[in-house]
Design a protein around this ligand. Structure first.
Ligand SMILES: [Zn+2]
Length: 194
């Protein structure tokens, strides 16, 4: 095998390497009776932050994996007293690997912070912000955020990586029953995504 072939094989495997960390987070969420979503943020081939869904633990519906990872970095960089432009510069070189398509809230946040690229597992048919419901990763969606609200830059987005593994985690979660789901909706045995 020539060096060039090996290079392209390794390049193809690159996202799967980081997805293994994201799926570990999602499994940890599942073990904690949370909707099983996990993610990592990668800069220059290095994981610099991870997050998992903690909405039940925190009783805060906004504590999605992506928001946890973003907030971890913002806190670190605030302590280092990085400027807004320095933060934007780092985010512009970061990629996110998440087990499920970011919801509308998270996709908007990722667009506003200016992340470079997002790779996700399964689609989020109910709340997806990267093509399923809205396309906030597309720069053409900037018109949705007018009126003084920071405008998102959009980001490159690729889905469907290890999607069956992500769906399997959701299936396990809903089969065991979501402890925080409204009573009429329990047990949810066929619902794939939060
Ligand atoms: Zn979200």
């Amino acid at each position: 095998m020539c060096i060039a072939s090996l290079y392209f094989i390794l390049l193809d495997m690159y996202p799967f390497f980081f997805f293994s960390f994201s799926y570990s987070g999602a499994k940890l969420a599942l073990d904690s009776l949370e909707v099983p979503v996990g993610c990592v943020i990668v800069e220059d081939g290095k994981v610099i932050a991870s997050g998992r869904n903690r909405t039940n633990e925190t009783r805060n519906a906004t504590r999605h994996a992506e928001m946890e990872a973003i907030d971890t970095l913002l806190e670190q960089w605030r302590e280092k007293r990085l400027s807004t432009s320095e933060v934007a510069e780092i985010f512009s070189k970061c990629n996110l690997y998440v087990t499920c398509e970011p919801c509308i809230m998270c996709a908007a946040a990722l667009s506003i912070v200016g992340i470079e690229e997002v790779f996700y597992g399964c689609a989020n048919d109910k709340f997806g912000g990267c093509g399923s419901i809205l396309s906030l990763h597309s720069s053409s969606s900037e018109a949705l955020m007018s009126g003084g609200v920071p405008q998102g830059k959009g980001f490159k987005c690729t889905g469907g990586i290890m999607a069956s593994e992500a769906v399997s985690l959701f299936r396990n979660f809903y089969e065991q029953g979501n402890p925080n789901a409204p009573k009429p909706h329990r047990p949810l045995t066929h619902q794939a995504i939060q």
